[in-house]
Design a protein around this ligand. Structure first.
Ligand SMILES: CC(C)(COP(=O)(O)OP(=O)(O)OC[C@H]1O[C@@H](n2cnc3c(N)ncnc32)[C@H](O)[C@@H]1OP(=O)(O)O)[C@@H](O)C(=O)NCCC(=O)NCCS
Length: 310
């Protein structure tokens, strides 16, 4: 078996494999579009050849503005044997190309709600997660995907918090204070990798690098002037997203997340958002409950396979 990244001349073979979508995020249209935009790249796309024929494919996705991919978007197999060991080799080659200390790699699989009752989905998912685990991405987290559209109605704006802009150091400080004790698995992984301060700085850097406007970020204070939390409305390459919100540990339990989420929704709606996307871990119950209360709709789930903590 020969493993290599792809070249332009492979395109027809890649498209023939991708035509069978299965649980992969890649579609024929997305593949060609992203190859042109730089969100997919030949040097991020790995194939296995047996007897000179391409039998397996792993497509990695990344942001156009970054030099490295972030996550696997699709695994395909056209051989006759067990795909798991071949996919595992492909994933290992892809992950080996990540620079040390870089976030990720991850494997994201988008699934319909209620996927556990869909034998076709489970059958497609299982070997892919086995291959990911064999290549070291053995921790899986399920994230709930939410969306809001203007038809869902604007939530009432907070009457008990006031919102103010602040500089990056102030945001590093609040990120630092909320990520301790976060119920979010990827936050916990970042803390294990680079510590609380490092994780806070990475978050600020990440949100600064996204297309969302830095001027939308707000700190939230109560009537007595106490700092309660913060709201980072944002946008990624796919459109407006909730971004991040956090309530300082000593102020939790008063549903301030609703006030922060309402503010974010207003800021993005004022910018003309026709859809706001958001994800939260299945285990982050208070956040999921807040999305539900503000009429965000859970439309799908995202399974994330990643390296285990530590
Ligand atoms: C998610 C978050 C904003 C919710 O805070 P909140 O508005 O204070 O939550 P609620 O008031 O709705 O809390 C509901 C219950 O969950 C508890 N709770 C809230 N956050 C908790 C946490 N991180 N860990 C444990 N329990 C928590 C509350 O104490 C409350 O318990 P009670 O019903 O016994 O009083 C807050 O947990 C947080 O800042 N987490 C870290 C950042 C994060 O995960 N952001 C979301 C990224 S999308």
């Amino acid at each position: 078996m020969n493993i290599r990244t792809t070249v332009e001349a492979d395109l027809d073979t890649l498209l023939a494999l991708i035509a069978d979508q299965s649980v992969n995020t890649v579609t024929l249209e997305r593949f060609q579009q992203f190859l042109a935009s730089g969100a997919y790249r030949h040097e991020w796309t790995w194939v296995a050849e047996e007897d000179g024929r391409i039998t397996a494919l792993a497509v990695w996705w990344g942001m156009e503005q970054f030099a490295h991919p972030l996550a696997i978007d699709g695994l395909y197999y056209a051989g006759t044997g067990d795909p798991v060991p071949v996919w595992a080799e492909l994933i290992k080659h892809g992950t080996a190309s990540f620079p040390a200390g870089h976030e990720g790699p991850e494997y994201h699989i988008f699934l319909p709600n209620g996927w556990r009752d869909r034998p076709d989905v489970v059958a497609a998912l299982e070997p892919r997660l086995q291959a990911a685990a064999a290549a070291g991405l053995s921790e899986t987290t399920e994230r709930l995907r939410y969306e809001w559209t203007p038809a869902d109605g604007l939530p009432a704006r907070s009457t008990r918090l006031r919102f103010e802009p602040a500089d990056d150091e102030a945001f590093v400080d609040v990120f630092r204070r909320v990520i301790e004790g976060s119920l979010d698995a990827s936050t916990a992984r970042a803390v294990a990798r680079v510590g609380v301060d490092g994780a806070a700085r990475e978050e600020v850097e990440l949100y600064r690098s996204l297309p969302g406007d830095r001027s939308w970020w707000r700190l939230a204070y109560d009537e007595a002037g106490a700092l309660i939390g913060f709201a980072v409305p944002s946008a990624n390459n796919g459109g407006p997203v909730v971004g991040y919100l956090g309530v300082l540990a000593e102020h939790r339990g008063h549903r301030y997340s609703d006030d922060l989420l309402a503010e974010i929704t207003h800021v993005l709606a004022e910018q003309g958002a026709e859809r706001i996307g958001a994800d939260t871990d299945l285990g982050n119950k208070p956040m999921a409950a807040s999305f539900e209360r503000l009429h965000y709709r859970n439309f799908a789930v995202r399974v994330v396979a990643s390296h285990p903590l530590g």
